[in-house]
Design a protein. Structure first.
Length: 73
């Protein structure tokens, strides 16, 4: 059995690091999108809180919700 090289990270470390970085990028992208949206400030605050509390799920919900057609009230 070959000895592990302590300098090189294990494959699962690289995969998990990639997942974390992708989640962070998705969250930042969602926050920028929320700030640039045409929603009123209270709605943007609620969406920002949702995205911060549920990073990946909240960002996915935001990107889905913003594409839905809004009816004029």
């Amino acid at each position: 059995m070959p000895a592990e090289n302590p300098i090189l990270p294990a494959t699962y470390d690289i995969v998990w690091s990639g997942i974390v970085v992708a989640g962070l990028i998705l969250t930042i992208w969602a926050m920028v999108s929320i700030l640039r949206s045409g929603f009123d400030p209270r709605a943007r605050l609620v969406w920002a809180i949702i995205v911060l509390l549920l990073p990946v799920v909240g960002a996915a919900l935001w990107f889905y919700y913003r594409t839905l057609p809004r009816c004029a009230a």
